[in-house]
Design a protein around this ligand. Structure first.
Ligand code: ADP
Length: 321
């Protein structure tokens, strides 16, 4: 694959994680487990995922002028990511995510966005030349919608591919103008359900949702279903691609690993079938390690995994045989 240029416009957070026994119910306290901090935020995670998989990555975002922000920037720099367009906002706290992980690998997450909320469409206009000369623009929904829309518009007008991971699940319907600027949308099933306004309980519901999402504009719709793999709608009818079976310990950044890998492979010109396979391998590998950024695999790890396990998930299955 050739080295592609990917611009990520998105969030950077510090994840504060407790790996406990189970996720407490409201009002309940669960004692036990282990605490650690790690760099996170969907934007930064996906930037790191794409960089570790071989892309030249430019990150556009905002952190606070505090030690968490400085640590986040140091981390991105150490990954070789270009951070010239990350704003450091005086007097604003950096974004923080509190993450609870159960023994079975499920998670519950609360995010205080802090500086991420300060990113404006004017900040995006200032980086329009960078977006225009990228191979792909990678977006999520952890920054103000105005900024997301502005970035998508710049890319669309310049003919640059736009990949939107509509996460976290939007509370309100997304602006039609945003979805119309997106080439590939990659929600998980919770986010997809929110976007189409009905429940997704199985692959068939996901296939229906994929068709509804495609009708809104994106050429390609990929709905991720955790350990049940993905439903892909590109040409023709929706298809199911199973996940690689792995021993999952923490699925926190599986979706981010998947998105970053999909961006790299698809921007390179790989067909969508192989791009999904590459992304599924990255997602599966991320689920085998705790934390967000620490769990994101390198290109060598994904290639080794695919060489060893390639046949386990490579076959697409028709949803309507
Ligand atoms: P999100 O983290 O956004 O909810 P998913 O949990 O759907 O995303 O995971 C994204 C992709 O990562 C899945 O479609 C799958 O390919 C892979 N993945 C996630 N969890 C597992 C798992 N437990 N085993 C194998 N692959 C997984």
């Amino acid at each position: 694959m050739k080295r592609v240029v990917i611009t990520v416009v998105g969030s950077s957070n510090t994840d504060m994680v407790i790996q406990g026994t189970r996720i407490p119910a409201p009002g309940e306290t669960c004692v036990g487990g282990r605490f650690f901090m790690a760099a996170g935020g969907k934007g930064a995670n996906q930037a790191v995922a794409a960089s570790r998989l071989g892309a030249e990555v430019h990150f556009v975002g905002a952190v606070g002028d505090d030690w968490l922000g400085r640590q986040a920037l140091d981390g991105l720099r150490a990954e070789g990511i270009h951070i010239e367009h990350v704003h450091s906002r005086p007097g604003v706290p950096s974004g923080v995510a509190l993450i609870l992980v159960s023994r079975t690998g499920e998670n519950a997450i609360a995010v205080a966005p802090g500086a991420n909320e300060t990113l404006t469409s004017s900040d995006i206009e200032a980086v329009a030349p960078l977006i225009r000369c990228s191979d792909l623009l990678l977006l999520q929904l952890e920054i103000p919608l105005d900024a997301v829309c502005a970035a998508a518009r710049v890319a669309r007008n310049a003919g640059v591919r736009v990949l939107l991971d509509p996460a976290p699940a939007p509370v309100h319907p997304l602006p039609r103008e945003l979805i119309a600027c997106v080439d590939l949308i990659k929600p998980n099933f919770v986010e997809a359900a929110r976007l189409v306004g009905h429940e997704i309980q199985d692959r068939h519901d996901a296939a229906t949702a994929a068709k509804e999402l495609r009708a809104m504009g994106p050429n390609i719709v990929i709905i991720t279903l955790g350990s049940d793999g993905v439903v892909v709608l590109a040409d023709g009818e929706p298809e199911h691609v199973p996940a690689f079976p792995v021993n999952a310990v923490d699925t926190t950044a599986a979706g981010d690993a998947f998105a970053g890998a999909l961006a790299v492979a698809w921007a390179t010109g790989t067909n969508i079938r192989n791009a999904v396979r590459f992304a599924a391998a990255a997602g599966a590998l991320a689920a085998t390690k705790p934390g967000a950024q620490p769990s994101l695999p390198t290109r060598a790890e994904v290639e080794l995994f695919l060489a060893a396990r390639g046949n386990e998930s490579s076959e697409r299955r028709d949803l309507y045989p």
